[in-house]
Design a protein around this ligand. Structure first.
Ligand code: DON
Length: 560
């Protein structure tokens, strides 16, 4: 069985390694769309062997931990939205938590907040949630044993896989940073110091052993025993905070999805500590009074209306949202159509509302390169899973656990490490998202499943920090309002506004010069930026499944 899987994976044509599958493809049975070709193929094989969407999701998550080390992970966390064919919908929160020894001012040095400390190095990591999440999801909804769904990942780590051009470049671009940390240097640079090349066979022996421990002992294979020893040892050597009891006590959590209605669609979205659900809900509510299809896709008025709605939702995000286990989030109010319509009372189609007039905050354009990954899966019975998973920044804290072969996240940066100070994504947070021991940091990851008449119609989500929220919203509207197919919807140019900085972001060549002029006349300041990478599945009323693979990345659809 193991060998069979591995042989199949080995036969992946190298042309696919650079993400050359771009057109929408239609499938009758199962479909997996992820950011990486080996991982999508693993998911497809699990589905073909009779696994359901949850089995496949767990297999894809572990495969991504091997084949997409910059974002796929076992040292990070994420969110899973599940919609079963019988109508059940739920979500699993396997977001990292602050260690018990974390404290509000842990990134303050000599009275000054030091943003580097929450971004790179040993203090940047929250307690990883991925392994607990995968085991928990599989126990409740999977059909296959853990050993079987994790085996393809073990094979890929043990026998290696061929690096794509992008993967080789990404590893090379971090050479100096990896060289600072013993484990990272060992695992993610070449011994002779030469750069990786496209087509290099990338083998991760220590990681394969960790995956084997997990296969054998479940969550204990990660949160106790030799893997926990390696994590705690790494903490001790570098002055980190994660302890044995943090690891032992980590648990993922089932949560009710936020349900938003738009036209005849019902969206099930990851609730807090993801901010995406409430923000998407609010933006849809604010836009709902307007005839969107008449405004026209990416017309100046459509972009303006969307940007003004985004601005208001992100202002609320910064103030109200954080871990619901630590804060009373006024969810009822934020999800009240009356409230959201009232937020738009001062909206004018002719002119912007300056962000400074909506709330206070600091200007920041401190954007760093970033990485997260989203995948969407549907099985032949119509069960659907949307997962967004991350180390936060590309390659997380950049610290790999020596002896265990995996990178630790830098998710602590998603807290308002200093309330009022922007994080790496320029997001301002408030008290609700301040650091507290055991608390989960606020996220923008927005895995979403959309149904119509009780049937799954879209599985959506993206990577890209706060742009995840606005991209997921636009990908949905592109289909629901503008009738685009899955590939058109994901490829279409997007815009983004997050309240602060008070800038309307658009993609290079994504708006025509006349549209830009009209938006400037309304008062917008515009700037270009690549806006998120999503992976979506669309299911038509006859049950045909089609893929939307984001041309901004190297994603891949594998269906049958
Ligand atoms: O949870 C969050 O919102 C961030 N840690 C996500 C980071 C991200 O998407 C980076 N992406 N490309």
């Amino acid at each position: 069985m193991t060998r069979f899987l591995f042989l199949l994976l080995f036969l992946i044509p190298t042309s696919l390694l650079n993400g050359q599958s771009r057109s929408t493809q239609v499938y009758d049975n199962g479909l997996v769309v992820s950011a990486e070709v080996y991982a999508s193929e693993v998911g497809k094989q699990i589905l073909q062997q009779g696994g359901n969407a949850v089995d496949a999701a767990v297999a894809v998550q572990f495969a991504l931990a091997v084949t997409l080390p910059r974002a796929g992970n076992i040292g990070g966390g994420g969110f899973m939205v599940i919609q079963l064919a019988d109508g059940t919908s739920t979500t699993l929160d396997f977001r990292e938590k602050a260690p018990q020894r974390a404290s509000r001012n842990m990134y303050v040095r000599n009275g000054e907040f030091d943003p580097e400390l929450s971004w790179e190095g040993i203090l940047a990591s929250g307690v990883p949630g991925t392994v607990d999440g995968m085991v928990t999801a599989l126990e409740r909804y999977g059909r296959m044993p853990l050993e079987l769904v994790i085996q393809p990942a073990i094979d890929l780590a043990q026998n290696g896989y061929y690096l794509s051009y992008t993967q080789a470049q990404e590893l090379n671009s971090r050479f100096n940073t990896f060289s600072k940390y013993e484990g990272s240097k060992k695992y993610f640079t070449k011994e002779d110091g030469t750069p990786f090349k496209e087509g290099d066979l990338f083998i991760q022996k220590d990681l394969s052993e960790v995956l084997e421990q997990i296969a054998r002992y479940g969550r204990d294979g990660f949160y106790s025993g030799s893997v926990a020893d390696a994590i705690v040892q790494q903490m001790r050597e570098m002055g980190g905070l994660i302890s044995y009891s943090d690891l032992r006590n980590y648990s993922s959590k089932w949560r009710e999805p936020v349900k938003a209605r738009f036209q005849d669609y019902e969206l099930s979205i990851m609730p807090p500590p993801s901010s995406g659900s409430i923000a998407v809900y609010q933006i849809l509510d604010m836009m709902d009074d307007y005839a969107l299809s008449e405004l026209g896709h990416n017309s100046a008025d459509y972009v303006h209306l969307m940007a003004e709605s985004m601005r208001r939702a992100f202002a609320d995000r910064s103030f109200y949202l954080g871990d619901p286990d630590f804060n009373d989030i006024p969810k009822q109010d934020l999800l009240d159509p009356k409230y959201n319509h009232a937020r738009m009372i001062d909206f004018s189609m002719d002119t912007i509302t300056h962000s400074s007039a909506l709330s206070h905050g600091e200007f920041s354009n401190n954007y760093e390169s970033d990485e997260t990954t989203h995948f969407s899966i549907i099985d032949r019975d119509g069960n659907a899973v949307a997962v967004t998973t991350t180390l936060n920044g590309s390659f997380g804290s950049k610290v790999a656990v020596n002896g265990a072969g995996f990178l630790l996240n830098n998710e602590m940066d998603d807290f308002s490490a200093q309330p009022g100070e922007p994080n790496a994504y320029g997001l301002i947070g408030g008290e609700a998202n301040s650091i507290e021991p055991g608390k989960r940091m606020l996220s923008s990851m927005t895995p979403t499943i959309v149904t119509k008449d009780g049937k799954v119609r879209m599985i959506l989500g993206a990577a890209g920090g706060p742009r995840i929220i606005t991209a997921t919203l636009q990908n949905f509207l592109n289909i629901a309002v503008f009738g685009m197919n899955a590939q058109e919807a994901i490829a279409a140019n997007r815009v983004h506004h997050q309240w602060l900085p008070d800038i309307l972001f658009y993609e290079n060549y994504g708006l025509s010069p006349d549209t830009i002029r009209l938006l400037e006349q309304k008062g917008h300041q515009l700037r270009t930026m690549s806006i998120a990478r999503g992976h979506l599945i669309y299911i038509d009323p006859d049950g045909k499944k089609s893929s939307g693979v984001d041309p901004r990345g190297d994603g891949h659809a594998a269906g049958f």
